[in-house]
Each structure stands twice: as structure tokens, then as C-alpha cells.
Design a protein around this ligand. Structure first.
Ligand SMILES: Cc1ncc(COP(=O)(O)O)c(C=O)c1O
Length: 426
């Protein structure tokens, strides 16, 4: 989308889980934009921290200077990461963090004298829009126009329980996916990248409990680095600091962004183990805005708010409330196939026929229509399409700020249900 997009309201302000436009209309932020806003809008401590750091020094190139802002942030963050001794590489967003992680994996194997270069991603995954990140992504619609540029990455199946192809579903699905990954691995494979809980593209798909332990074991046994993409799920969104903690997984590399700075600054992080970092040695990589001191100040201030307000625990509790509220209002609606998620990452999959799970035809634009109706009623919802087969499949995604109140959760579910009814009846 270029600037000056016609038809969009102009955002004027926001506070907590509410956004206001220039005409004074109020919107309940049901998705934190693209599941970005974690601590809510209008938090002045974060704005003050940004201003204070910018006043001191706004920019210093990462190759020339370290900064107190970065060191302090790294010290505060390290104990919360699922690593014993993490090494943190700060960048400007999710796609940059993914590109950094892919290069780390390649550099690690090269340093060990192994020409491993293939990254395995998952079908239906989203890891970003830059070329490397798009290649490891598995969203057919996004990849299509750029296919001549892609193809270095391979893709395996993702745990998508609502449409699971495993022969013994719902038993042993995790082991089945892990077996497929295992059979795909050759000595060319450097890393496996996946979202612990599939985010927008497959709609808050929580894997079965046997999935992650089995997949992590395959990676370890086959000398393949495990990269977990926590761009959407990190920093408390799922009710844990990082979603991989739900299954006790210790990755080799983790990428995160979005909630890290809650939209107050474009911040992403690629984190690896000390072993990966030490093996790589000199890492020939970097961006102009990597290691940004103002970004570090923003991330640190957001982290303090998450801790001081106990927002990770809040995400778990409000997430349960939201899941229940959506089920109460929508479980028996004939256009609702599945309601799923974890913490404050919840999704509704809309289908033409819940019995056969047949999706709506893409031309019907059902998700887009529901989102428009919701916005009309003052609710902001995120959506995605193509979950069923790469083209068809309509998802509504809910990822409100973690500060959303109980009353606002009820309002969100009421308005979402009303929007679905306005588009699909009943
Ligand atoms: C799981 C995941 N990875 C990577 C990205 C890319 O992040 P960004 O848009 O900040 O480049 C996204 C963005 O939605 C994401 O959800």
C-alpha cells in the first residue's frame, strides 16, 4: 500500500486497546494492527524513553559503537529468553530478523566446514516479505508472483489440526509431521524454521503436544539448526514470554519483533545460542539501522511495562476469556468451522459448510466483508485468506493489546459475532 490510500480513516490517537480517528470515531483494537501492539496505545513512559535516548544520541552505527541503551536492554531481556546464554542481534523488524537468522544458520555450518545451505520451512507459514523470508514462507498466494526468484527453500507439512492429513488423526499427528521432516532432511539441510504457533497465515494453529518435542529431537539428531519464529508469538502474546516455552523447546535461533517494541519503534531481534555465535566467529552481516540505540530504549521501556503490569499472565487469562466469549457466541454459527488459539492469539475459521469443512470461494471475499462490517461497528480485526488450500480459506485473527479489559473482551466478541451475522446471516 502506498501513501495517501483513499478510503482509509486517518488515525489520530489511541489509548490502551482503543484507537481514535480524526473524526473522533472510536475503534476497539481487536488485533493490535498486525498483532503488534502488546502494551496498548498511548503509553507515555515508552514515548519518554524514546525521546530521552534520541536527545542523548539518536543514532550510532553498530560497527563503530556499542551503547548503554543496547547493553541495558540485552541484560534485562536475556533472562526471559529460552536460552541459557543468549546472543542478541537487534534489527528493524521481523523480515530482517528472519534474514539474519537464515544467514546465521548458513554461517554456522560453513564455519564448521559443512556446505549446508537448504532451509526447510512449512507449508502455509509466513516469515516475511523480503526474498529470503518469502522463500522459507509457504503461502502460495504471496509466493506466486515471485516464483522465478524463489525455490532455494524446501517445505514440509504444518500441524493444522482442523485440516490434518495425518492418517491416524487426532492420534500421533506430531510424530507423523516429525517423520515427514526427518525423511526430507539430507546433508544439504542447514535449518528448520517454524512458528511455534502458526500465526496469521494458518490462524493461531496450536500444534498437538507431541509435535514440538518430536520435531526438536529430529533437528538435534540430524544436525539441523532449529529456528523458531516468534515474531508474532513473542513477548507474552500466548501467555508465556515465548510460545516455544509451552512445550519446553530450546531453539538454536529465535526471531522476534512486533510485541518487542509494541509498535512504538520498528524493532526486531535475532537471538542465538552462545555455541552458534561462537562457532560463526566474524558474522558478515548488518543493516544501517541494526543495533539502534533508540530502538533498544523503546524495547527496554516496553519490556518494563510488560513486567510491571504482569501482562504475560494477563494474556493467558484474557486469552481464556476471549476464547470462551468467541465460543459462546459463535460455536454453532453455520459459517464457523473452527475457533482456536492460545492466549491472546485467537482465530475463527469461516467455512461454507462446517460438515465437510468446505471453504468459501475466494471470490466471495467473506473474510474481507466481515472485517469491513466489524470496522463499521468500531472493531478492528485482522484477517488472512488461503488457509484451506493456498487460495480459499477465510480467517479472522484476534490479537488485541494485552491490556484489553474483561469488558472489552466481551465487546470484541459481541461485535465480531454481529459482523459475521451481518455477512452470513443468523
Ligand atoms: C511469524 C512472522 N514472521 C515474520 C514476519 C515478518 O515481520 P515484518 O512484517 O516485521 O517484517 C511476520 C509478520 O507478520 C510474522 O507474523
Amino acid at each position: 500500500m502506498f501513501t495517501r490510500s483513499p478510503g482509509l480513516p486517518r488515525a489520530a490517537g489511541g489509548t490502551g486497546a482503543e484507537v481514535f480517528d480524526v473524526d473522533g470515531r472510536r475503534y476497539l483494537d481487536g488485533s493490535g494492527g498486525a498483532v503488534v501492539t502488546s502494551i496498548g496505545h498511548g503509553v507515555t513512559e515508552v514515548v519518554d524513553a524514546i525521546a530521552e535516548q534520541a536527545r542523548r544520541i539518536a543514532y550510532a552505527h553498530g560497527t563503530a559503537f556499542a551503547s548503554k541503551a543496547l547493553d541495558d536492554y540485552a541484560d534485562a531481556l536475556a533472562p526471559l529468553l529460552p536460552f541459557d546464554d543468549p546472543r542478541i542481534y537487534p534489527v528493524s523488524g521481523g523480515s530482517e530478523a528472519v534474514e539474519t537468522a537464515l544467514k546465521m544458520a548458513r554461517a554456522y555450518h560453513l564455519a564448521r566446514g559443512e556446505d549446508r545451505h537448504v532451509i526447510i520451512g512449512r507449508q502455509g507459514a509466513y516469515h516475511g516479505n523480503s526474498r529470503g523470508a518469502l522463500d522459507v514462507s509457504g503461502r502460495a498466494g504471496l509466493r506466486m508472483p515471485y516464483r522465478p526468484w524463489l525455490g532455494a527453500a524446501w517445505h514440509t507439512s504444518a500441524p493444522y489440526e482442523y485440516r490434518c492429513p495425518a492418517p491416524d488423526h487426532p492420534t500421533g499427528c506430531g510424530a507423523w509431521h516429525a517423520g515427514r521432516l526427518d525423511r526430507m532432511i539430507t546433508e544439504e539441510v542447514a535449518a528448520f524454521i517454524a512458528e511455534p504457533v502458526a500465526g496469521a497465515a494458518l490462524g493461531a494453529c496450536v500444534p498437538p503436544d507431541d509435535y514440538w518435542p518430536a520435531v526438536a529431537a529430529v533437528c538435534r539428531q540430524r544436525g539441523v539448526l532449529l529456528i523458531v519464529d516468534e515474531v508474532m508469538t513473542g513477548f507474552g502474546r500466548t501467555g508465556r514470554w515465548f510460545a516455544c516455552e509451552h512445550w519446553g523447546i530450546r531453539p538454536d535461533i529465535l526471531v522476534t519483533a512486533k510485541g518487542a517494541a509494541s509498535g512504538y519503534w520498528p524493532l526486531g531481534l535475532a537471538v542465538c545460542t552462545a555455541e552458534v555465535r561462537d562457532t560463526i566467529g566474524a558474522f558478515v552481516h548488518g543493516f544501517t539501522y541494526s543495533h539502534h540505540p533508540v530502538g533498544a530504549a523503546a524495547g527496554h521501556a516496553v519490556l518494563k511495562v510488560l513486567q510491571d503490569q504482569d501482562l504475560v499472565a494477563a494474556a493467558e487469562q484474557r486469552g481464556r476469556d476471549l476464547a470462551q466469549a468467541l465460543r459462546d457466541r459463535l460455536a454453532d454459527h453455520p459459517a464457523v468451522g473452527d475457533i482456536r488459539g492460545i492466549g491472546l492469539l485467537q482465530a475463527v475459521e469461516l467455512v461454507a459448510d462446517p460438515e465437510s469443512k468446505k471453504p468459501f470461494a475466494r471470490a466471495d471475499q467473506v473474510a474481507e466483508k466481515v472485517v469491513a462490517q466489524a470496522k463499521e461497528s468500531g472493531l478492528l480485526v485482522y484477517h488472512s485468506t488461503g488457509c484451506a488450500d493456498g487460495r480459499d480459506g477465510d480467517l479472522l485473527l484476534f490479537g488485541p493489546p494485552l491490556v484489553i479489559t474483561e469488558t472489552q473482551v466481551a465487546e470484541l466478541a459481541d461485535k465480531a459475532a454481529a459482523a459475521i451475522r451481518r455477512v452470513r446471516g443468523r
